[in-house]
Design a protein around this ligand. Structure first.
Ligand code: MN
Length: 280
């Protein structure tokens, strides 16, 4: 064997070592990405599965696109919540779900990138013990109601009675000045948004989108879908003429009746989302 051949053989051997090392490193990165404990309680496993379904439904129903996110309060620890890593909701799978504390810090360090606006979730869970699920989206029909002064998003359709007396608008300039990127990218802005939400089911975010809350994932998904539907219908009605809104009593009565029917929508939307699923 010539020297050249021997050198070639040695280079091949070195390439083999580098290859094995690269694979090992990639594996360890993947393992690091699994930011959940090995042993999950049944309650947590089932919350994760429902959270994945909620992600897919919200995309399929046109509430979220590449952006927007949905979280659930941790079923065993009220001071934590579950939220996917930073990715398009339609593509979320169970291994993409991470656990966060209410500060918005991932419980497992060194994991994958988290959503820039995760502070929305932590600060709402902190302020609202009654809330167990949060949807933040840029669902398009809602956005105009956040930018036109004097026009409130209000229920004028029985499926939207939960919107109650009208939806507050969060003005980020009051807290971040005139030059912000409009994102809720820290706890200070998250707390201000939670304050603006108050005790209600939804808050609009001027020039950005909206955040809807619920006592369960199924309820918050229902509310997020019907906030978008209600906004579209209200805008259409306003073009025709003066709108008759629900009375306060009607908002209460419709909410009580429709509240018992949420599963009907959930299982339909889930089936539709599964049929068109893009998650691998
Ligand atoms: Mn956003």
């Amino acid at each position: 064997m010539t020297f050249r051949e021997k050198a070639g053989q040695f280079r091949g051997f070195l390439r083999g070592i580098v290859w094995v090392h690269t694979i090992a490193r990639k594996r360890s990165i993947v393992c690091k990405g699994v930011a959940m404990p090995d042993k999950l309680t049944e309650a947590v496993s089932s919350a994760i599965r429902e959270l994945v379904d909620a992600n897919h439904i919200l995309f399929d129903q046109g509430v979220v696109d590449g952006f927007g996110h949905v979280s659930a309060r941790h079923p065993d620890r009220a001071d934590r919540f579950l939220l996917a890593r930073s990715m398009a909701p339609a593509l979320v799978t169970e291994t993409d779900v991470l656990e966060f504390d209410l500060e918005g810090n991932p419980v497992e360090k060194g994991g994958p990138a988290a959503y820039l606006e995760r502070f929305i979730h932590g600060e709402i869970y902190r302020k609202r013990p009654d809330v167990n699920a949060v949807v933040h989206s840029h669902s398009p029909s809602v956005v105009p109601f956040g930018v036109v002064a004097g026009t409130k998003l209000r229920p004028m359709f029985h499926m939207c009675g939960f919107l109650g007396a009208g939806t507050p608008v969060f003005e980020i300039r009051d807290f971040a000045g005139n030059g912000s990127d409009l994102l809720i990218s820290n706890n200070h802005l998250g707390a201000a948004l939670a304050q603006s939400l108050g005790k209600g089911p939804a808050v609009l975010m001027r020039g950005h989108g909206s955040t809807v809350v619920g006592s369960s994932l199924r309820q918050v998904v229902f509310r997020a879908v019907y906030t978008e539907v209600g906004a579209r219908l209200q805008a259409e009605a306003m073009r025709l003429g003066p709108v008759t809104y629900l009375t306060e009593e009607e908002t209460v009565a419709t909410t009580n009746t429709i509240g018992t029917q949420i599963d009907r929508a959930w299982f339909l939307w889930l089936k539709a989302a599964q049929k068109r699923s893009m998650a691998g």
